[in-house]
Design a protein around this ligand. Structure first.
Ligand code: IDP
Ligand code: MG
Length: 149
């Protein structure tokens, strides 16, 4: 089964949205396989956002992501990478559709509440930045026959 990396960013944590985010993914039928609450170091942020290092917004992005604790997760499910990106919504919350996390809870591209991997390759890379193999918990979810054909 595919996996993706999701992070509730410091604004999402401070605004009390961790539970809302988890609840949406749980209700969708996705399976949580790892989670950790922590403050990220500059090194980990640079690794996480390495494709944006040279962008003009990167210093602001780094200051934002290191401004407080984040909630890191790995979610598992069928087509989980594109499914979670749809639930998260467009990068700019002004363009994110109602019903998506960014569409419902954010206004500014620089405070968009949540990160989710954009491809299977990014997911694999990002999971490894933040989690060890032993952090990923394999277990049978009893509702699976009700969620998958
Ligand atoms: P994504 O989070 O939807 O994958 P990316 O383009 O990968 O979007 O950008 C990573 C993060 O960088 C965004 O979620 C947002 O927090 C921040 N970001 C992207 N573009 C801008 C910008 O133009 N101004 C400020 N922050 C930006
Ligand atoms: Mg991205």
């Amino acid at each position: 089964m595919e996996r993706t990396f999701v992070m509730v960013k410091p604004d999402g944590v401070q605004r009390g949205l961790i539970g809302e985010v988890i609840s949406r993914f749980e209700k969708k039928g996705l399976k949580l396989v790892a989670a950790r609450f922590e403050s990220l170091t500059d090194d980990r942020v640079q690794e996480q956002y390495r494709e944006h290092l040279e962008r003009p917004f990167f210093p602001g992005l780094k200051a934002y992501i290191t401004s407080g604790p984040v909630f890191l997760m790995v979610w598992e499910g069928k087509n989980v990478v594109p499914v979670v990106r749809l639930l998260v919504g467009a990068t700019n919350p002004a363009e994110a559709l109602p019903g998506t996390i960014r569409g419902d809870f954010a206004l500014d591209i620089g405070r968009n509440v949540i990160h989710a991997s954009d491809s299977d390759a990014s997911a694999e890379r990002e999971i490894k930045i933040h989690f060890n193999d032993t952090d990923l918990i394999a277990y049978a979810a009893c509702a699976e026959p009700m969620i998958y054909e």
